[in-house]
Ligand binder design. Structure first.
Ligand code: SAM
Length: 242
């Protein structure tokens, strides 16, 4: 079943996701860090460490949003970063942040869809996607497209939320994600549907071994995953062989 942000809208998932992130862009950073109590920053650092391991000269950051991933990549590596997103309003915030950090010459921000990217085959030495994959309207197509633009020898690193396996933690997570988060998200962003979509999109995401299988089907080798914070999220790594 396809999970979309706005139940009453007849627009495609792709269009609705763009509209939703345009709507919440101004509140995204505040809500993101407060709703995860800042743990998202630790997860991002770990994911970027995995992406930086082979010292890539070029990194494509997909679903860059307000730029936290791309900016940290620019700080932690010497790579040239290309950052794409479908939401122009999220990107506008990212551009300003990069300017403030004096990193504008290190990061190119571009409005583009991960399912149909304006890049030649074998363009990037590493690709990262932080909290973006579950929003793709066609995950297998997105992974094939990533495989296409990744250079042989390059690495894909995906960071994504998941449902924790422990039943007690899962119950707490479920209450927090399905009750507290939509309430707080609606109060701050005024877009109640957006913060109802977030837990639904996590529930619907094929996390764990299922995602590794999708990576392998797209051509990635040595696909592996590392659970974070008792399974609240995971880092997925795959290589494109030479
Ligand atoms: C939850 S935000 C994550 C932003 C950022 N990576 C971070 O770590 O905070 C998800 C982002 O994915 C973008 N997105 C969703 N589908 C996309 C697609 N098909 N192509 C590119 N970006 C997409 C959204 O516009 C949104 O900015």
């Amino acid at each position: 079943m396809e999970v979309k942000p706005y139940a009453s809208s007849s627009k495609s998932k792709r269009e609705q996701v763009e509209e939703m992130f345009d709507n919440i862009a101004g509140n995204y950073d505040f809500l993101n860090h407060s709703l995860t109590f800042g743990i998202d920053k630790i997860w991002r650092k770990k994911a970027i460490k995995a992406a930086a391991e082979k010292n890539p000269a070029t990194i494509l950051d997909i679903a860059a949003g307000t730029g936290d991933f791309s900016i940290l990549e620019a700080k932690k590596t010497s790579a040239k970063i290309t950052a794409i997103d479908i939401s122009q309003k999220m990107l506008n915030i990212a551009v300003k942040k990069a300017e403030r950090e004096n990193l504008s010459d290190r990061i190119d921000f571009l409005k583009a869809d991960s399912l149909d990217m304006p890049f030649k085959d074998n363009s990037f030495e590493a690709v990262t996607v932080g909290f973006g994959v579950r929003n793709f309207s066609d995950i297998p197509k997105g992974l094939s497209e990533i495989f296409r633009v990744l250079k042989p020898g390059g690495r894909l690193v995906v960071l994504e939320l998941s449902e924790p396996p422990n039943p007690v933690i899962k119950a707490g997570y479920s209450f927090y994600f399905h009750k507290v988060l939509p309430f707080w998200g609606k109060m701050v962003s005024k877009d109640g549907e957006a913060y109802k979509y977030l837990p639904k999109s996590v529930d619907n995401f094929p996390y764990g071994e299922r995602f590794l299988s999708l990576m392998e089907n797209a051509g990635f080798k040595n696909a592996s995953l590392k659970w974070l914070s008792l399974g609240l999220s995971a880092i997925y790594i795959g290589e494109k062989m030479t």
